[in-house]
Structure formats: structure tokens, C-alpha cells
Design a protein around this ligand. Structure first.
Ligand code: ATP
Length: 234
């Protein structure tokens, strides 16, 4: 078995006195798409934020591409080739699509040019002069992903990329993630839309109470339906 690109071991995280992660263990292999499932508040977002260091009060280890990210300052994490797209998307609302795409620094080789981005996201090209505030939710999500792709990351962490989007746009996001996967991108995502997650993921981790309860491949999804129904209510 190949070395995981991302290996998280015994990851704990705190918000002040609040102990949010209680020893998360997970692996993501190079080129895999892995989905974190779990009810609201179990720590899915915190897991992504603690991996990249946006939650600073942590312990455990987060080894990405052979380096432990735990000791690194935030600005050095992106340079390792891992990028986080938050649920709130984090684009510059007053800047145009073009400006949003020009700003991110290319931190690793493989960063896509603006032309490559527009080939991948033709709808963003049509909207290139529109400010972020004028974009639809789906366009904002695509721009948020596109900005990270400009930097040259090998791995994307996506927090609920389909939240609040119409079914046709959800499908577009699914196609986009499938294209990125074909190009070798490694993806860890949090997703409440179970049907969407089932279409794109190779593996799943089910979280409860700040921990990973279990992991299973997509082929075992049917065998886990009852458990998921019980834990997630899906
Ligand atoms: P959701 O889908 O609702 O975001 P989640 O599984 O992603 O749920 P987290 O957002 O990671 O869960 O939250 C885990 C725990 O940490 C919850 O108990 C939450 O209340 C707490 N928490 C999250 N963010 C903060 C914060 N900024 N300050 C204090 N506590 C927080």
C-alpha cells in the first residue's frame, strides 16, 4: 500500500476550554477523494481547520507529504501544497473574478494559469469582470476552488462545497471534482449531501463526538446504510 499523502494521528483541538477534537485518526492516499460524514457539531469543520492550522490549539500529528504541519506557521502550510476552501468560501467580494484569480500567490509548481482556470470553469470566464458580490452561490464556490488551484496545491480540503446550491449546480461541482480527481488531485471534503458524496468519494469516515468512529470504502456503502441512517438520519 502506498504512503498516505495526509496522515492525521491522535489530533486533538480546543476552542479555549472547549475540547472539540478528541483524537482524530485518518489517512488520505494520493489521488483519493475522501468524505467526512457526521452530524452537525461532531467536529468535521474543526478537523479541516486543525489540519491546516486555522485552529491553533491542537496536539497530535498531521503529516502531509512527509512533513508534520503541526509546528508550522500558517503561511508555511500552503507552501506544503495543501489548500482549504472554507464553507463561507472566502473570496474577495468587492473584487472581480479576474482580480480574485490574479491575487493568490503561486506557492508550488503546478499552479494553474488564469487561462487554464477559465478552461476548467468556462462560466467564470463569462463572469470575469463581475465583482464577487454579483456571483451566484455556485459561481462563488467555483471561484473559491479556482483561487486555491492557482496556488499549485496537490490536495484540497473542501468544507460543504454544495451547501445551499441548486441541484444542477451541485452536479456541476461534482463534475468539476471528478475532473480534478482525473488530473491527480487529492481531496478531503466535508459533505452533508450524502447522495453527492456517494457519487464522488472513494472512501468515507464517519465522525462522532470529535472522533472518527470508522472508515469504509464506497464499495461497502450499502452495508453501512443502516448505521448511517442511525447516526446521520439519512
Ligand atoms: P457543522 O456541520 O455544524 O459545522 P461540524 O461537524 O463541522 O458541524 P464543528 O463546526 O467542527 O462541527 O464543531 C465542533 C464543536 O466545536 C462544536 O461543539 C462547536 O460548537 C464547537 N465550535 C466550533 N467552532 C467554534 C468556535 N469558533 N468557538 C468555539 N467553539 C466552536
Amino acid at each position: 500500500m502506498s504512503e498516505p499523502l495526509l496522515a492525521v494521528r491522535d489530533l486533538h483541538a480546543w476552542y479555549g476550554e472547549g475540547h472539540a477534537l478528541h483524537g482524530v485518526n485518518l489517512d488520505v492516499l494520493r489521488g483519493e477523494t475522501v468524505t467526512l460524514l457526521g452530524r452537525n457539531g461532531v467536529g468535521k469543520t474543526t478537523t479541516l481547520r486543525a489540519i491546516v492550522g486555522l485552529v491553533r490549539e491542537r496536539s497530535g500529528s498531521v503529516v502531509f507529504n512527509g512533513s508534520d504541519l503541526i509546528g508550522l506557521p500558517l503561511h508555511r502550510v500552503a507552501r506544503q501544497g495543501i489548500g482549504y476552501v472554507p464553507e463561507e468560501r472566502g473570496i474577495f467580494a468587492t473584487l472581480t473574478v479576474d482580480e480574485n484569480l490574479i491575487l493568490p500567490p503561486v506557492v508550488a509548481k503546478g499552479g494553474m494559469s488564469v487561462d487554464e482556470i477559465f478552461d476548467l470553469f468556462p462560466n467564470l470566464k463569462e463572469r470575469r469582470n463581475s465583482p464577487g458580490t454579483r456571483l451566484s452561490g455556485g459561481e462563488q464556490q467555483m471561484l473559491a476552488i479556482a483561487r486555491i488551484l492557482r496556488t499549485g496545491v496537490q490536495m484540497l480540503l473542501l468544507d460543504e462545497p454544495t451547501e445551499g446550491l441548486a441541484p444542477v449546480i451541485v452536479q456541476r461541482i461534482g463534475e468539476l471534482l471528478a475532473t480534478l480527481k482525473k488530473r491527480g488531485m487529492t481531496i478531503l471534503l466535508v459533505e452533508q449531501n450524502f447522495r453527492f458524496a456517494a457519487r464522488i468519494a472513494d472512501r468515507f469516515y464517519l465522525m462522532e463526538h470529535g472522533k472518527v468512529l470508522e472508515g469504509f470504502p464506497v464499495a461497502e456503502l450499502a452495508a453501512h446504510t443502516e448505521k448511517l441512517h442511525e447516526v446521520l438520519g439519512v
